[in-house]
Design a protein around this ligand. Structure first.
Ligand code: HEM
Length: 232
């Protein structure tokens, strides 16, 4: 079917929308990579205090002597911040465009189909951002010390998750993360053109569900094991 020719303004708007969706997909892919890596690292808590503390120290000595102490970590942090800005900006752009376009026929039709999932993506994304602030204050800057102050990263994590409400916060955040990942991986597959056939859609959906399930289970194993005394 031939694509109808759009007026230049609409063509530019459509191109910007595609660019924003691409930015979301690419930055989202980096986050998926990061959370999988972070989740794997956290599982070292099952190896005991020295395994976890050595791992935490390794993150800081990675790349030495070419890079200074913590150099790689700071480069990676910078990349994550850039990706977060791109992700949040494009989400905001697409959100406000969808709001502004509600008077046109196409947007009304699209908004009706996407409302529930896209609303959860938006507010789920905001909830995840708030969780991230809490998380960094708790474990990276040590500003929030729930159950005493500890020098060892292992002891900080164990002390933190011995408190029930901290575990509840993490369980809720991981549910939000799982839903965000499931829908996000699926949307990114669509943006990248990987859902052209019924088979590809089934595959993309299975990949999205698997990534979400692995991340939620892997992240929740340490806090729950600590709360129930399996990790001390
Ligand atoms: C139960 C789940 C989680 C646990 C136990 C956990 C644990 C930790 C710990 C202990 C640190 C400090 C690491 C260090 O300084 O050596 C940390 C840092 C961090 N976590 Fe998590 N985390 C969890 C979930 C998440 C999730 C879901 C995200 C992202 C959505 C996340 C993002 C980060 C980030 C960005 C840092 C800062 C890394 C840095 O630059 O130093 N974490 N986490």
């Amino acid at each position: 079917m031939a694509t109808p020719t759009l007026p230049p303004r609409q063509l530019t708007a459509r191109r910007t929308t595609i660019a924003m969706k691409m930015a979301m997909a690419v930055s989202g892919a980096l986050f998926v990579f990061y959370v999988l890596l972070h989740m794997y690292g956290n599982l070292k808590l099952f190896g005991g205090q020295s395994a976890y503390d050595v791992y935490a120290e390794h993150l800081r000595t990675l790349g030495e002597p070419i890079l200074p102490y913590s150099g790689f970590l700071w480069l990676f942090r910078a990349l994550l911040v850039i990706a977060l800005l791109a992700h949040a900006y494009s989400a905001f752009y697409l959100w406000s465009r969808a709001q502004g376009a509600r008077t046109t026929r196409y947007a009304v039709k699209k908004a009706a189909v996407r409302t529930i999932s896209s609303r959860f993506m938006r507010w789920g994304g905001v909830a995840l951002l708030l969780f991230l602030v809490f998380h960094l204050l708790q474990f990276t800057t040590n500003t929030i010390q729930v159950n005493g102050s500890h020098d060892s990263p292992y002891q900080r994590v164990v002390a933190g998750f011995q408190v029930w409400w901290v575990v509840v916060v993490y369980v809720l955040a991981m549910i939000a993360l799982g839903m965000h990942l499931r829908h996000g991986v699926w949307s990114a597959s669509q943006t990248l053109g990987w859902t052209g056939t019924a088979r590809a859609r089934t595959y993309a959906n299975a990949v999205a569900v698997t990534i979400a399930a692995v991340v939620v289970t892997g992240f929740l194993l340490p806090p729950l094991s600590i709360l129930f005394g399996l990790i001390k």
